[in-house]
Design a protein around this ligand. Sequence first.
Ligand code: HXC
Length: 524
Amino acid sequence: MADNEPSGTSERIDDLEQRRVEAVPRADELAAAKQHPKGKYTARERIELLVDEDSFVEVGEFTLRRPTSFDTGDDRCYGDGVVTGYATVDGRRICLFSHDFTTYGGSMGEAFGEKVLKIMDMATKAGCPVVGINDSGGARIQEGVVSLAYYAELSRRNSKASGVVPQISVVMGPCAGGAVYTPALTDFTVMVDRTSRMFVTGPDVVRSVTGENISAEELGGAEVNGSVTGNAHYVASDEVDALDWVRTLLAFLPANNMAVPPEYPVLEPAAAASELDTVVPDSPNQSYDMRRVLAAVLDDGELLEVHASFAPNVLCGFGRVRGRTVGVVASQPLRQSGIMDIDASEKAARFVRFCDAFNIALLTFADVPGYLPGREQEQRGIIRRGAKLLYAYSEATVPKVTVVTRKAYGGGYAVMGSKHLGADVNLAWPTAEIAVMGAEGAVELLYRAELAEAEANGVRASVRAKLIAEYRATMTTPYVAAERGYVDSVIRPAMTRARVSDALLMLEAKREESPPKKHSTMPL
Ligand code: HXC
C-alpha cells in the first residue's frame, strides 16, 4: 500500500467523503460556473428540478474517462460527462441520465456509454420509465470508433426498451451527430425554445459539404423541430417548463407495459355538458374548436397535447375520464378543416401505437372531410404514409371508443377509429355526416347531366341546392351507419362524457389476442 493511501476505517471514510465532494458538489460548482452564464442549468440541477426532493440516487459518480492517445497528463475528472441514477417523480420510480456539457462537451465516450447503458438496462429490468436529458456534442472525437460503438449499443437498448417502458428525451442544449438518435428512438422528445438544437450535421458541416448557409436555429432549433419535422413533441419556453411538462406526462403513464396507468381522483370537466349541444355550427362549412368538446368530456378539461404545433389538423394528447388516462385522437376542424394528411397520419399513428403498447384506452373524435388530395401529398407518399394510421388502429387492442361529431367522409371515416378498424364502441352525434364524400362533391359527380340541363334552363343553383339537401337527408345522416351497426348509438352531444365513461368502464378488462408473429411489417 502506498504511503499516502488511507489505512484505517475512519481514514477510508474520510477519503470517500473527499472523493464524493470532488465528484459531486465540487464538480457541480464548476459546471454551474460554465452553464449559468448561458442561461442553462447543470446536469444535476436539471435532475433536481425533475424529481421528488431528495429522491435522486446517483449511480456511477466515481466513473473516470478511459485514457486516450490524446492525453498529455491525467486530467480525467469524475463522471465522464453524464450523471446517471434513479429517483421518484410524484412517488413513482424512474431511471434517468443527464448529460454534463461542461465535461468533454457531454460527448459520448466509453465510460459515458457504459453508464447510460447500465441505467437503461436497469430501467428495462425494473420496469420503470427512463428519462434522458440531452446536452451533447455527439460522438467523442478522441474516443473514435468506441464512441460510435456505444451509440449503436444505445440504439439497441432504446429499441429493446421500446414498448416495455416509456422513454422520454429532453433536449436542453446541442444534440448533435449520433446524440440525435436516442431522442429519435424514444417515445417523447421535449425541446427548449432557443437553447436546444438537434441536427445530424451542424451548420458548419452543411456549409462545407453543400455550400448552403443556414443558421443553427433554422437547421435544428426547437421551433423547426416542433412544427416542421415533428421531432419534438413539446417545445418548452425554458428548462423549468420542459421538466414540468415531463412530470405532467409521467403522471399519465404506467411504469411499464405490464402495468396500468395511475388512477387519479375524478374531476368534473371544465365545461358544462350542455355546451356540447351547441358546439357544432348549423353550416357544415363553418369550423369550431374541438378543444371545446374535449373541455366538456375530459376530467377538468385537461388535455396534455403532444405535437401541438405539428400537424395541428389532428389533436393528440393525454387526458383522463373519471380519473383514468385516455389517449385522445381528435380531428381539429379549426385547422385545415381537420383533414387527414401525411403528417397528421404519422403523428396520430405513432400516438395510437404508444397508447396501445402502454395499456392506454383510445378515445377518438372524428370531424374529418377525408384525406388531403393533391400532387404534393401523393408524391410525398400519402398512400404509404397515410396507411400507418389505418395500421395503428387495426393493430391496437386497447379499449377504443369513437365519437363522430360531424363529418366522417371517405377514408377519413374509415381511419378515424371506425368500427371496421376494431373500435369497440362507436357513437355519433345527430350532426354526424357519414358518407363517401360531402354532399357538394357527390352531387356534382352523380347529377352531372341534371345539372347541365338545369344550367341550360338557368336554374342550376336551385336544382343543385335541392339535390344537396336530398343527399344530406338520405345519405349522410348517422342513421344510415346506425342501421347497419357501424355506429352503436346516435347520442345527444350533452350525453357524450356519460356515454364515453360508461363505455370505458365496460371495456376496462378488455382482452383481445392477436395471432402470434415475430413482429409486424407495418408500412414505415
Ligand atoms: C469531444 C467535444 C465534442 C465532441 C464538443 N466538445 N463536442 N469534445 N468530442 N464531439 C468539447 C469542445 O472541444 C469544448 O471543449 C467543449 O466540448 C465545449 O464545446 P464548444 O464548441 O466550446 O461549445 P459550443 O460553442 O457551445 O458548441 C457546441 C457544439 C460544438 C455545437 C456541440 O461543440 C460542436 O459542433 N461539436 C462537434 C459536434 C459534432 O460534429 N460531433 C460529432 C458528430 S459525429 P473545451 O475543452 O474547449 O471546453 C457523430 C456520429 C455518431 O456523432 C454516429 C453514431 C451512429
